[in-house]
Design a protein around this ligand. Structure first.
Ligand SMILES: Cc1cc2nc3c(=O)[nH]c(=O)nc-3n(C[C@H](O)[C@H](O)[C@H](O)COP(=O)(O)OP(=O)(O)OC[C@H]3O[C@@H](n4cnc5c(N)ncnc54)[C@H](O)[C@@H]3O)c2cc1C
Length: 490
C-alpha cells in the first residue's frame, strides 16, 4: 500500500494541480497545509509577513480548500509549525512513502524546501511546476538566455505559444486515512493568530472572499457574464470599484487560481467573441507576471538587495520619519495618502496607485525602497514575491531593464486619474470639506485650516508640480470666505 503526502503551499486549489494528479496514483493521500508562526512575526525590515487582510484571505482560502476536499471524500490536515519540522515528523508518524508539492522560486522558500528534503532522508520529495504559465521545457530558450527586457521577452514567448490545457479537478480522491483523521485540528481564528479582526469596508475595490470557488466565480464573471475583459483598456486606470481591472491577483498569488486556467479561458473567450485590444492587453499583463517570475528565478536573492539586480547602482538604504508618514497615509500629498489608507483598510490598491505611492516613496521622499516592498508584503492581499519586488525594483530603477526607472509626477497623476477629487475624498474624509479645486493641493490652504481638519502640511512643493497647481482663480474660489482675506493679503 502506498501512502503519499500532498503539501499545499501557494497552490490552494484542486483545479490544474499537477501534484494532486500525481497523488492520484497513491492508495492513500494526505493533503496538508502548515501554518508557519514566523509569518505573523516581524521580518528583517520591520513589517510582518502576513497582515490581517492577507491572513483573513488565507484562512478563507484554506477553509474553501478543505470544503472542496471533503466533497471528494478527503480532508485538509492543517497543522501549525515550521514545515522543516512538521513534514518530516508527519512522514515518520504516518509512515508516508512520498511527499508531493509544487516547486518554489523565491530564495527563502527554496532554502526551506531544501531543508525539508534533507530531513526526509530516503523518502522522496517530488516537486511539480504549477504556478507559472509556461513550463520550462515550453520556452524556446533556457532561463539564462531569456531576455531581461519585458518587450523582448514578449517577442520570444509569442513566437511559439503553447496551447494551455489545464487539468480539471479529479472526480474522486484516494482515501484520507484514519490515522490522519485523528490529527485534525480546528481552523484558528485571526485573533488566535494575534491579528485581531479586519474591519469590513464597503468602499473596497476587492470585496471578494478567499478560496477557489470565489476565484472561479470572478473569472467567469469577468470573462463570460459581465465580460469586463472586453473593456479592460478603457477602464484599467480606474481607482474606484470592482470593475476597473480583473481583480484576479489575490487568488493568483495564493494559488487559488491557476494562471494556465486564466490563459485557457481567455483564449476560449477570444475564439468565441474575437480578440480585441483589451483581451490582448490582459494577456500581456499575465506575461508581466511571468516575466517577473523568470526574473526572480534568474537573479534570486539579488532582487531583495538595496541595489536590486543592478548590483552596482547606489540605492538609498535608510528610512526616517517620512517612511512612517507614508505608511500611515499622512504625507500631506492626498493621492499618496488616499492610496496608502485604502491599502491599510482593505488590503488592495490599484496598479496606478501602487506606481504612484512607490515612486513617491523612492524618488520624492528618498527612502529605502525595500522597506516599501516589505510594507506591501504585510498589507497586500495579492502579495507575491516575484511580482511585488519585481515591480518595486522597476519603479526604483533597480530592475533588469537597463533603461527603465519609473518616476511618476504624483500631482500630474492625481489630476489625470482623479480630476474631481472623488477618490481622495473617498479615503481621506477630512478633505471632504475642502473644495474640489483644492482637494489635490490642500497644502495651498492656510495653515490654520489644515490644522482644523487635522491634515498634515507638505513641507516642500516639488518644482515639477508647478504646471499642475491650480491657477489663481481656482485657488481663490477654493478657499472658504473667511480665509480669502489672508490669501489676498499674502
Ligand atoms: C509597487 C508595485 C507592487 C506590486 N505588487 C504586486 C504583487 O505583490 N502581486 C501582484 O500580483 N501584482 C503586483 N503588482 C502589479 C499590479 O499592481 C497588480 O498585479 C494588479 O494591480 C492586480 O490587480 P488585477 O488582478 O485587477 O490586475 P489586472 O490589471 O486585471 O491584470 C491581470 C493579472 O495580470 C498580472 N499583472 C498585471 N499587472 C502586473 C504587473 N505589473 N506585474 C506583475 N503582474 C501583473 C496579475 O497577475 C493580475 O492579476 C505590483 C505593482 C506595483 C507597481
Amino acid at each position: 500500500m502506498r501512502r503519499a503526502l500532498l503539501w499545499f503551499k501557494q497552490d490552494l486549489r484542486l483545479d490544474d494541480h499537477p501534484a494532486l494528479w500525481a497523488g492520484m496514483e497513491a492508495d492513500e493521500l494526505i493533503p496538508v497545509f502548515i501554518l508557519d508562526p514566523k509569518w505573523v512575526r516581524s521580518g528583517p525590515l520591520g513589517a510582518r509577513r502576513l497582515g490581517v487582510h492577507r491572513a483573513r484571505f488565507l484562512l478563507e482560502s484554506i477553509t474553501a480548500l478543505d470544503n472542496s476536499l471533503r466533497a471528494l471524500g478527503s480532508r485538509l490536515l492543517l497543522l501549525p509549525g515550521h514545515p522543516e519540522d512538521v513534514i518530516p515528523d508527519l512522514v515518520q508518524r504516518l509512515d508516508i512513502q512520498e511527499v508531493l508539492t509544487l516547486e518554489e522560486i523565491a530564495p527563502e522558500e527554496l532554502t526551506q524546501l531544501a531543508e525539508v528534503r534533507s530531513r526526509l532522508g530516503h523518502v522522496r520529495l517530488r516537486e511539480f511546476q504549477g504556478n507559472s504559465l509556461f513550463r520550462m521545457e515550453e520556452l524556446l530558450k533556457g532561463l539564462e538566455q531569456m531576455p531581461q527586457v519585458y518587450s523582448e521577452f514578449c517577442r520570444v514567448v509569442e513566437q511559439r505559444l503553447p496551447v494551455f490545457q489545464p487539468r480539471p479537478v479529479p472526480r474522486s480522491l484516494p482515501v484520507f486515512p484514519q490515522a490522519a483523521q485523528d490529527m485534525l485540528l480546528p481552523m484558528p481564528t485571526l485573533s488566535q493568530l494575534g491579528l485581531g479582526e479586519p474591519l469590513s469596508v464597503p468602499n473596497s475595490a476587492f470585496p471578494f472572499a478567499g478560496g477557489e470557488p470565489a476565484a472561479q466565480s470572478r473569472l467567469r464573471d469577468y470573462l463570460w457574464e459581465r465580460q469586463g475583459v472586453r473593456n479592460y483598456i478603457e477602464n484599467r486606470h480606474g481607482l474606484i470599484g470592482t470593475e476597473y481591472s480583473s481583480k484576479l491577483s489575490p487568488w493568483l498569488a495564493n494559488g487559488s487560481l491557476s494562471p494556465r486556467r486564466v490563459a485557457a479561458e481567455l483564449r476560449r473567450h477570444e475564439s468565441r467573441y474575437g480578440r480585441n485590444e483589451s483581451t490582448h492587453c490582459l494577456w500581456q499583463k499575465l506575461l508581466w507576471r511571468e516575466f517577473f517570475r523568470l526574473t526572480l528565478e534568474r537573479h534570486g536573492q539579488a532582487l531583495f538587495e538595496p541595489g536590486g539586480v543592478k548590483a552596482t547602482a547606489r540605492a538609498p538604504d535608510k528610512i526616517d520619519e517620512r517612511f512612517q508618514q507614508w505608511c500611515q497615509g499622512r504625507t500631506g500629498m492626498p493621492i499618496v495618502d488616499a492610496n496608502m489608507r485604502e491599502l491599510a483598510d482593505t488590503g488592495f490598491m490599484s496598479y496606478c496607485g501602487r506606481q504612484i505611492v512607490a515612486s513617491y516613496l523612492v524618488h520624492d521622499l528618498k527612502q529605502d525602497w525595500r522597506h516599501g516592498a516589505a510594507w506591501f508584503e504585510e498589507h497586500q492581499l495579492d502579495y507575491d514575491p516575484a511580482s511585488s519586488w519585481g515591480n518595486w525594483a522597476y519603479v526604483a530603477g533597480y530592475a533588469s531593464d537597463p533603461k527603465r526607472s519609473d518616476t511618476f509626477n504624483a500631482l500630474r497623476k492625481a489630476r489625470d486619474l482623479d480630476p474631481e477629487g472623488t477618490y481622495v475624498s473617498l479615503w481621506l474624509p477630512e478633505l471632504r470639506v475642502v473644495s474640489p479645486q483644492l482637494r489635490h493641493t490642500p497644502f495651498l490652504l492656510p495653515l490654520l485650516q489644515l490644522e482644523m481638519i487635522d491634515y498634515p502640511r507638505l513641507s516642500k512643493v516639488p518644482e515639477s508640480w508647478t504646471d499642475y497647481l491650480p491657477n489663481a482663480e481656482e485657488q481663490f474660489y477654493g478657499v472658504p470666505n473667511e480665509d480669502k482675506e489672508s490669501l489676498q493679503a499674502s
